[in-house]
Write a protein that binds this ligand. Structure first.
Ligand code: GDP
Ligand code: MN
Length: 377
């Protein structure tokens, strides 16, 4: 689960991490009030969205007077950043940056542990640094039984600073951030950038946290910050109807009974060069209302060009499924081509029922996948 920067800043502050006070505003007038309250020569306006790269997208701006502030807030509010619409901005005192550093705790699969990642090349291009000069990013594995003792924190801090005073300050930051990371069952706690100011202070001017969904029940205060995306809302709605649905973004909508078969269906689509629009397991049963609900869900995705229905009749009989499908498609009006592969108990009877209908029938998985991809192209 993701939270916004301003929410992560509050957690940071509660753990004694060096973040400045900031305001959260949903319109220009609120921002102007915040600006006057801050009474600073320079303020920063920052888009609050569940995605990174805000700076590059124009979602982080400095303002030196009220006129500039109004302009930036008006421009940033309702901006689209990587598909996320900005509905609030953070207004804070701008910091005079001398240099920017990267700091994060993240779960690392390779070492099967939490790692502390630090780099002198912090700021907006950390992904670029990771690609072109990975040796500039230091990864320090953390033993969960030992945590981050002083010596380890200092050793890590020496990767960023040579001055012992700065090393000591930074080491404490590493320890506090680790405590926060562990206490909240986070999967990421990131400060990018951690900055050294012109005045010689160390400050976190960005804060990013994500949490392990499986542990979120242990943290009701964090759980309350959950803001589902449009896709997540759709997935939850599907869940409430007994489906397991995951949006994937391709053009071939899949309706399958059984999770394993749904996975195999997606593989088959990929094998023939197509992209599945979703994973959808509708479970057992040939109930037409369920098929209608599932079709509505698939067709609400505007990328879907073809629907592939892959049903294995085990306990459910294929002729029942065929009758259910015919009934369902009497009610759903759509021009989208439908490929159906029915196999298992009473498959001949089932296929016979669908013969002469508008459906494209396939006997094998391969045939179904191939046909769906052809139709999508
Ligand atoms: P991100 O692009 O979404 O990661 O947003 P950040 O909060 O990291 O901001 C992007 C960049 O804006 C930072 O790397 C800084 O260079 C700059 N920036 C952010 N806040 C300030 C500030 O208070 N003062 C100055 N001078 N620059 C800032
Ligand atoms: Mn950042």
């Amino acid at each position: 689960m993701k939270i916004h920067e301003y929410q992560a800043r509050e957690l940071f502050a509660a753990y004694g991490l060096p973040v400045d006070q900031a305001y959260i505003c949903r319109n220009v007038e609120d921002a102007v009030r915040a600006y006057h309250d801050l009474d600073a020569p320079l303020v920063v306006v920052k888009a609050q969205v569940h995605t990174g790269g805000r700076g590059k997208a124009g979602g982080v701006k400095l303002a030196k007077d009220e006129i500039e502030l109004r302009q930036h807030v008006a421009n940033i509010l309702w901006m689209d950043i990587n598909g996320f619409i900005v509905d609030r901005v953070l207004i804070g005192k701008a910091v005079n940056i001398a240099s920017e550093y990267y700091v994060s705790y993240v779960i690392d699969r390779k070492t099967k542990s939490t790692i502390l990642m630090v780099s002198r090349e912090g700021g907006m291009d950390i992904e670029e640094v990771a690609r072109t000069s990975p040796e500039k990013i230091h990864k320090i594995p953390i033993d969960p039984l030992i945590g981050v003792p002083d010596y380890l924190a200092r050793e890590a801090a020496f990767k960023l600073f040579d001055d012992i005073k700065l090393v000591r300050k930074t080491a404490t930051i590493f320890q506090k951030l680790y405590k926060l990371f562990i206490d909240t069952d986070a999967s990421l706690a990131e400060i990018n950038p951690l900055v050294l100011t012109e005045e010689g202070e160390i400050k976190a001017i960005d804060a990013k946290m994500t949490f392990d969904d499986n542990a979120i029940y242990r943290h009701p205060k964090i759980a309350a910050l959950y803001e589902p995306t449009e896709e997540e809302k759709k997935e939850q709605n599907a869940k409430s109807k007994g489906f397991s649905y995951v949006h994937l973004g391709g053009q071939i909508g899949c309706m399958v009974n059984g999770a394993g078969l749904a996975m195999a269906t997606m593989d088959m689509i990929k094998l023939y060069g197509g992209e599945p629009a979703n994973f959808l397991d509708i479970g057992g049963s040939s109930n037409p209302t369920k098929v209608i609900e599932a079709m509505r869900l698939l067709l609400s995705d505007k990328n879907v060009k073809v629907v592939l229905i892959n049903i294995f009749g085990g306990i459910t009989r294929c002729d029942d499924v065929a009758r259910g499908l015919l009934e369902a498609f009497n009610q759903i009006k759509t021009d989208i081509p439908i490929v159906i592969r029915l196999t298992g108990t009473n498959e001949k009877e089932g296929r016979a029922l669908l013969e002469g209908s508008r459906f494209h029938l396939a006997e094998t998985m391969g045939e179904a996948g191939k046909k769906a991809v052809e139709l999508a192209n």
